[in-house]
Write a protein that binds this ligand. Structure first.
Ligand SMILES: CC(C)(COP(=O)(O)OP(=O)(O)OC[C@H]1O[C@@H](n2cnc3c(N)ncnc32)[C@H](O)[C@@H]1OP(=O)(O)O)[C@@H](O)C(=O)NCCC(=O)NCCS
Length: 266
C-alpha cells in the first residue's frame, strides 16, 4: 500500500553544519535563533524516518522535538531504530503495509487461541495494526535479507519503566523491555523465533541499554515458554488461574525475565 509522503520537522540541540544535511540525505536545515537546528524531511514511510533518526543518533545529535508539519498527530518512533539482520532473518520496524501479510496468520484459530484477540475482519485488523503506538512496538520478521523477503512473523518489543518508588522514578524510566511473538505456523520448528528473540535481546541490552527483559504467556502455551527458556529467560512467576480465556476457563500464566548480567551473546 502506498501512502502519501509526510513532512516532519525534527529539532535538535545546537547548530548543525550544512555538510550534515547532505550526509543525512539532503534535508532542509534551519539554524534557529534559540540555538537549535530544525531539519525538515518528507518521507513515504516510517522506515525512511527511522533512517534519518538513526543518522542523527550516529552523529550524536540530541533530539528535542519531532512533529509532522501541519498536523498535530502524535509521533511514536519505532522502538527499533533501524533494521537488524541475523544469519537467516531480517527484523525491521513495522509499517501499515504489513497489516495484510500478518493478518494471513494472525487470523488463524491456532494462533489466536493464545493472543489477546484479533478483529473479525481484515478492515478492523488494518485499523488496529496501523495505530501509531502499535506500529511503534511491532517488529516484522522476514526470511532472508532481500527487501522482498516473505514476512514470517511479527514480534512485539515494548520499552517500559520499571516499578519504582516516586522519589527514584526518574532512574527507572525506560530501564526494561517486554517481548512478545507470533510466527506464521508454516515457519515454526526451524529455530527462527529463537534466532529473532536472541537478536532482540542483544538489541535490548546492547543498543537500548535496558537492564531487564520480560515475557509472559499462558502456562498451556508450552511452545512459547519453551522459547523463553531456550533463550535463557528465567521463570519468575507462575500465577494460578489468573487470566480469563475466551473459552470461559480461568488459566494459569507464567512470567519470565532475564537481566543484563544473566544474558550472554549467542
Ligand atoms: C511461540 C512460537 C513463536 C514458537 O515457535 P517455534 O517454531 O516453536 O520456535 P522456534 O522458531 O524457535 O523453533 C524451535 C523449534 O525448532 C527446532 N529447531 C530446529 N532448528 C533449530 C535451530 N537452529 N535453533 C533452535 N531450534 C531449532 C527446535 O528443536 C524447536 O522444536 P521443538 O519445539 O519441537 O523442540 C510459535 O509457536 C507461535 O507463533 N505460536 C503462536 C503465537 C503465540 O503463542 N505467541 C505467544 C503469545 S504469549
Amino acid at each position: 500500500m502506498n501512502t502519501a509522503p509526510t513532512t516532519y520537522a525534527i529539532r535538535v540541540d545546537g547548530h548543525l553544519n550544512d555538510h550534515w544535511s547532505a550526509w543525512l540525505g539532503e534535508l532542509d536545515l534551519t539554524r534557529d535563533d534559540d540555538g537549535t537546528t530544525t531539519l525538515t524531511v518528507s518521507v513515504a514511510d516510517q522506515a525512511q524516518l527511522h533512517g534519518v533518526l538513526a543518522g542523527l543518533r550516529d552523529i550524536g545529535a540530541v533530539l528535542t522535538e519531532l512533529r509532522t508539519t501541519g498536523t498535530p498527530a502524535p509521533i511514536c518512533p519505532s522502538v527499533l531504530e533501524r533494521p537488524l539482520q541475523t544469519e537467516r532473518l531480517t527484523l525491521r520496524p513495522a509499517t501499515a503495509a504489513d497489516a495484510d501479510p500478518t493478518w494471513a496468520f494472525r487470523q488463524l484459530e491456532s494462533i489466536n487461541e493464545w493472543l489477546t484477540g484479533c478483529p473479525a475482519n481484515l478492515e478492523g485488523y488494518r485499523e488496529l495494526f496501523s495505530k501509531p503506538a502499535r506500529l511503534a512496538t511491532t517488529v516484522i520478521v522476514t526470511l532472508g535479507h532481500d527487501p522482498e523477503a516473505p514476512t514470517i512473523g511479527d514480534f512485539m518489543l515494548r520499552r517500559e519503566d520499571a516499578w519504582a518508588q516516586l522519589d527514584v522514578a526518574d532512574q527507572a524510566r525506560d530501564t526494561q523491555a517486554e517481548l512478545g511473538w507470533v510466527l506464521d505456523p508454516a515457519f515454526t520448528g526451524h529455530g527462527y523465533a529463537t534466532e529473532a528473540v536472541r537478536e532482540l535481546l542483544r538489541y535490548c541490552f546492547e543498543d537500548l541499554g535496558v537492564r531487564r527483559v520480560t515475557a509472559n504467556c499462558f502456562l498451556g502455551n508450552d511452545t512459547s515458554w519453551r522459547l523463553m527458556e531456550r533463550v535463557g529467560m528465567r521463570r519468575e512467576v507462575h500465577a494460578v488461574r489468573e487470566s480469563l480465556h475466551r473459552s470461559g476457563r480461568w488459566l494459569d500464566t507464567v512470567g519470565y525475565a532475564i537481566l543484563e548480567q544473566e544474558w550472554s551473546p549467542a
